[in-house]
Design a protein around this ligand. Sequence first.
Ligand code: UDP
Ligand code: MG
Length: 166
Amino acid sequence: MVEQTLVIIKPDGLKKSLTGNILTRLSETKLEIIGAKIVRVSRELAEKHYAHMRDKPFFEDLIKYIQGEFHGRRKVMALVYWGEEAIRKVREICGATNPEEADPTTIRGAYGRITTKGVYENVIHASRDNQEAEREIKLWFSPEELIVEVYPTKVVEEKVKKKVWA
Ligand code: UDP
Ligand code: MG
């Protein structure tokens, strides 16, 4: 089945100059990138992205982590990968959530670490299943930012102020 999945190179991945390595590893999947951007993650976006972790004792640290507060780089790279079994293929190359348990040949196994505070700094996020992928892609991207219409869209007329080149 053709699927789409959200990938985020987390602030530790960017700080460690791993963007190229991670994208190279992901290219082994032969999947297509249909959207990509650098994002400054707001508190609101971070909380929505990790809504399912709200009750965890490390939630606050997780929000700080994805916002880049531990790495002095307030940015992440967000991508959408698209193709046959995209979700499984990307998750496989990422490896287990806990970098210590992740196979060393996976991205998280090779580059992740557990901080003394106990946060898994695992350099990459990837959607777990179709439902999560849909929720996350719609959260991080607007339809115009993807070159494939992966979910139904509608046209609305809106009068909004927006920034254009001066
Ligand atoms: N995480 C953590 N400690 C845990 C579980 C999760 O620090 O015991 C962090 C880790 O960075 C992980 C993120 O919370 O990537 C989201 O957790 P999830 O269970 O969704 O794992 P993932 O889908 O990222 O593998
Ligand atoms: Mg998850």
